[in-house]
Design a protein around this ligand. Structure first.
Ligand code: 2AM
Ligand code: CA
Length: 267
């Protein structure tokens, strides 16, 4: 018999906490650090071993479930049929390497194409953001109220400063957006920044290029907080392919898409 979403979330919660304990132990040892697509795109032995740990737990307990992870422990996935676990073992690897804090483990469970369980765990702070579709959003054991939907001039937007200095067609739009909103923040972990929107610490988060493992868990948290995460043109996020992402409270999301992002060419 297939486990319910409630059972899956309970199980995922145990594994994510255990994975966090392993990371806390590993962080005391010297890290093996390599770069992937460039010097700002890092991976460590801990990213890989954490993904392998979660993959092993998931596939031995649920042999008919599928797995998609950042570090490629499992085979490439081409379909969302059945139950798919989308895992980022360490989101914010640069923070992990340089700060040894401000990183998260992210898990999104997608059942027949629908996101049903989301978990984002700030390992060092011990803050677990978790949600089951239709059952609300929690931080540790505390249920979170729906966030306030502020107008753009009162909004705090999460944004990586790199996007502002890169000479792309969208650059003037991003500069205008930064000048219009109340303020910007950059935490360096897409999963945490999406969670922060969902719990009302920020009003929006935008990024030009993210992968499904960066946003699968966060999207489910946001849905439970009545927020939205889409591509810049308002299209649904793909859980198989990468691209732009705007996550925000609903009314603010509509303004960001309509007045700022939807007509822009990204590269
Ligand atoms: P990562 O730490 O798991 O790589 C940093 O602003 C955020 O963007 C992080 O969530 C980071 O995820 C994500 N990101 C996605 N693609 C990236 C890339 N090529 N280089 C750096 N960060 C990337
Ligand atoms: Ca990531």
């Amino acid at each position: 018999m297939q486990p319910t979403s409630i059972e899956l979330e309970r199980q995922a919660r145990l594994w994510i906490i255990e994975a966090g304990e392993r990371i806390k132990r590993a962080i005391q040892q010297p890290l093996e650090i390599n770069s992937k697509s460039g010097p700002d795109d890092l991976v460590t032995d801990v990213d890989k071993s954490t993904e392998a740990f979660l993959h092993e737990k998931i596939t031995t307990t649920y042999p008919n479930h599928h797995f998609l992870g950042e570090e490629g422990v499992a085979d490439k996935l081409s379909s969302l049929q059945g139950t798919v676990w989308i895992v980022d073992p360490i989101d914010g690897t640069m923070n992990f390497v340089h700060q040894k804090q401000n990183f998260a483990i992210s898990i999104g469970i997608i059942e027949d194409g629908v996101g049903t369980v989301g978990l984002v765990y700030d390992v060092i702070k011990g803050e677990l953001f978790h949600a089951i579709k239709g059952k609300g959003l929690y931080v540790n054991d505390l249920k979170v109220n729906l966030p306030e939907d502020r107008p753009l001039h009162e909004a705090i937007i999460g944004l990586n400063a790199n996007w502002l200095v890169e000479k792309r067609p969208i650059q003037p739009t991003l500069i205008n957006l930064v000048q219009t909103c109340r303020g910007t923040r950059s935490y360096g972990s897409a999963a945490l920044e999406m969670a922060y929107v969902a719990v009302d610490r920020m009003d929006a988060y935008i990024s030009l290029n993210l992968s499904p493992w960066d946003y699968a868990g966060g999207t489910i948290l946001l849905n439970e907080a009545n927020c939205l995460a889409t591509r810049f043109n308002g299209e649904e996020l793909s859980m198989l392919n990468k691209g732009s992402m705007v996550a925000a409270k609903r009314k603010l999301h509509a303004v960001l898409v309509k007045d700022y992002l939807s007509n822009e060419v990204i590269s």
